[in-house]
Write a protein that binds this ligand. Structure first.
Ligand code: SAM
Length: 361
């Protein structure tokens, strides 16, 4: 591992004596890293745990929001702290983030931040949404500074989709949202589909066509035990190998190189170069060794893994008057203890202390 001082982009000049680096230009300390040596560059911030969909694999349909929301200014301070520690990508999520009042202000605030360790680059600001409210908001999201968008859509057949979301007419809304996002310059849009045996695995081939026809990147995600109820079983997971085999029968798949080391998706196109498919396989092919993520929940708690058994309070100390230095030190201590990996499918696996909708996916 490089000594931290050499990670600052200004250092080579400084080392060779061509340019003095002023103390004020330096990021506060070495970049955020856990005890397993993983650099933490990716923050997922949930801005609400309310959601207007009740997807069958995520929610029971009985529970509503369970946790509080912070004022936008407090989320902005949290973002600033993490960015000063080396976060380069922010993903705003929920619950459903488009339900959150003040979201555009938060995006604009984030867009004004500079990655501490890559001062010549822009912060990457992404959003994950179910797309229901997206069509009329897409241009404003882009204008506020959003870099890119991921839309969750678990079927391309309207009836199947409504059966999953439990909201009638949802497919057309989401499809129009995807198109509006592309028109607004937020493309290429990523479309996330969680496959559940018996519900929507018959959609794999249709999704291949959807990617090719609509110019979107379709990403299949293996279902993880993060639902509100207790419905997950290993048998219900549609695994990567099966997805690849079925896509290959549509047209031969051609692997694409990973865009970066911590990429969660295995990427493919088809033999004619049209369409892009990603497969995210945390169950059958875990990628914890390259995990660069940390999460903050809507009520201001840090979670170091989707499968953490507890979370770490950040908003309490912030409201008690802790200064930025103290808070940064706290974040470093929390992140240092990030779990090495998840234990899905192993004997003694414990479900995490919160489900996906209340963590922020
Ligand atoms: N409401 C937004 C949306 O629908 O994209 C953001 C929150 S949602 C929890 C984020 C993503 O998590 C969605 O793509 C959803 O499909 C996925 N997800 C939810 N529960 C999951 C699970 N148990 N396993 C895998 N992915 C899950």
């Amino acid at each position: 591992m490089l000594p931290p001082i050499l990670e600052h982009p200004a250092e080579p000049d400084a080392v060779h004596g061509r340019r003095a680096v002023h103390e004020a230009e330096r990021p506060p300390e070495p970049r955020l890293r856990d005890r397993h040596g993983r650099a933490i560059t990716d923050l997922r911030l949930s801005v609400t745990d309310r959601c207007n969909y009740k997807c069958v694999y995520c929610r029971t349909g009985n529970e509503g929001a369970l946790y509080s929301e912070l004022p936008i200014a407090e989320y902005a301070r949290i973002l600033r702290l993490f960015v000063s520690l080396g976060i380069e990508k922010i993903r705003l999520t929920g619950g459903e983030p488009l339900l959150r009042k003040g979201l555009l202000d938060l995006i604009a605030e984030a867009a004004s931040m500079q990655p501490a360790f890559a001062p010549d680059e822009r912060l990457d600001i992404a959003l994950t949404t179910n797309g229901h409210l997206l069509a009329p908001m897409a241009r404003d999201l882009k204008a506020a500074g959003l870099s890119r968008i991921t839309v969750s859509m678990d079927a391309v057949d309207p009836e199947t989709f409504a059966r999953i979301t439990r909201v009638p007419g949802s497919f057309e809304r989401v499809r129009d949202g995807i198109r509006a996002a592309q028109d607004a310059g937020l493309g290429p849009v990523k479309v996330n589909a969680v496959l559940l045996r018996g519900f929507n695995e018959d959609q794999i081939e249709a999704f291949a066509e959807f990617s090719r026809a609509e110019g979107v990147i379709v990403r299949f995600i293996e279902w993880m035990p993060l639902e509100e109820g207790r419905t997950w079983t290993p048998e219900a997971v549609v695994r990567m190998d099966e997805i690849i085999a079925r896509l290959n029968a549509v047209r031969p798949l051609v692997p694409l190189p990973a865009t970066h080391l911590s990429e969660t998706a295995r990427r493919f196109t088809f033999d004619d170069g049209v369409g892009e498919i990603g497969i995210i396989a945390p169950v059958s092919h875990p990628f914890c060794g390259h995990c660069s993520r940390v999460r903050v929940t809507s009520d201001g708690k840090v979670r170091t893994c989707l499968f953490s058994q507890s979370d770490h309070d950040l908003i309490g100390p912030m409201r008690d008057g802790s200064g930025d230095e103290e808070l940064r030190a706290r974040i470093r201590r929390i992140v240092d203890r990030k779990e090495a990996r998840h234990h899905i499918g192993e004997p003694g696996f414990l479900k995490p202390s919160r489900s996906m909708v209340h963590i922020g996916g």
